[in-house]
Every structure is written in C-alpha cells, then in structure tokens.
Design a protein around this ligand. Structure first.
Ligand SMILES: [Ca+2]
Length: 174
C-alpha cells in the first residue's frame, strides 16, 4: 500500500501559504528585525514616483506625506529583478462625512494584492507581493491604489482620499 497523495490544490497553493506566512512574520517582527530594501518617505525625493492621482508631498513638522486625490493613484518603482516581496504602507484616511468607511485596494501591475477597509486613524498595512507579479528586470513596476471615497474638507480645495506617510518594500527571496 502506498500513502495517498496529498490534495493537489494544497500542493499547488503551498508557495502562496509560505509567502503569506513569511509576510505575516515580517509584519509582526519588522522593523525590529527586518530592513526594507526600498523606502519611500513620500517627500520631495519620492515625488518622481508619484504618477497621476497624488498631491504634491507636504510636511507637518518632521512628518512628510502625500494625499491621494483621485480614485486611482499609481506609484512607479523599478527593481533589479522580480522577487517575492512584502509591501508595507503607513496611511490614514481623510475624515469622511456620514457613510461607509474608506476602502482601498492595492494592485501591482494590474494584479490585485489586497483590499482593505481603513480605520479612522494612522495604520500600517503589509501585503505579500509574489515575484510573479513583478515585471522583468529593469522594467517599471506600477503599484496602484484604488480609493473608494473622496472628500473635500473645509478650507481645502482638493478632494482627498488617503494620506500616505511612507511605502516600504522588503525583499523575501528569489
Ligand atoms: Ca513620510
């Protein structure tokens, strides 16, 4: 008698389980143990990465951030090679009038990585980005944020969705 073969779906999905597990571990222990390979502080240096749908980076004391001001806000990056990575962001939504909370989806090169319902406070979100979602070496990768609601606060001519304090990308492996 031979052992029954494990379910094929389980085998097929194993890399995903491992990636998600590594992502959660990274989220739990970073920044105490991990070092992001790329860090975008959403300041003047980040401005060239902001495509449409972003405000100019601004500062409040030592804090630098940029608002998303459209339902779609693409952010361009370039890496030396595709790899499994974890993308982390620190964000907070604009204070919304009555209605549903802000929701946001994160896409990498048109692949949906995750959808979120945001809380009304600063929060750090981490998502696994598999190597297969990245473009070949040297080509531009587009990280895109879809924002559910825009709101124009009193005294501000802009319609705002979500403010970004930083975007950090951590390499996991090949
Ligand atoms: Ca910042």
């Amino acid at each position: 008698m031979t052992e029954p073969a494990p379910p094929r779906g389980w085998v097929r999905d194993l890399p995903i389980y491992l990636l998600v597990g590594a992502s959660l571990l990274t989220a739990l222990f970073w920044p105490s143990t991990g070092v992001p390979s790329r860090s975008f502080e959403m300041d003047e240096d980040t401005a060239p990465h902001l495509l449409s749908g972003w405000s100019e980076p601004e500062r409040h004391g030592a804090l630098s951030f940029a608002w998303t001001v459209a339902h779609e806000a693409p952010f361009r990056m370039r890496f030396e090679e595709p790899r499994d990575r974890v993308i982390s962001i620190r964000v907070w939504p604009v204070a919304l009038p009555e209605g549903p909370p802000q929701d946001m989806a994160i896409l990498l090169n048109d692949v949906v990585l995750m959808s979120y319902v945001l809380e009304n406070r600063p929060q750090i979100l981490s998502v696994a980005a598999p190597a297969t979602a990245f473009r070949p070496a040297g080509e531009e990768d587009v990280l895109e944020f879809y924002l559910g609601r825009l709101h124009r606060p009193p005294g501000d001519p802009r319609s705002l969705a979500v403010a970004f304090d930083w975007i950090r990308v951590t390499d996991l492996g090949r």
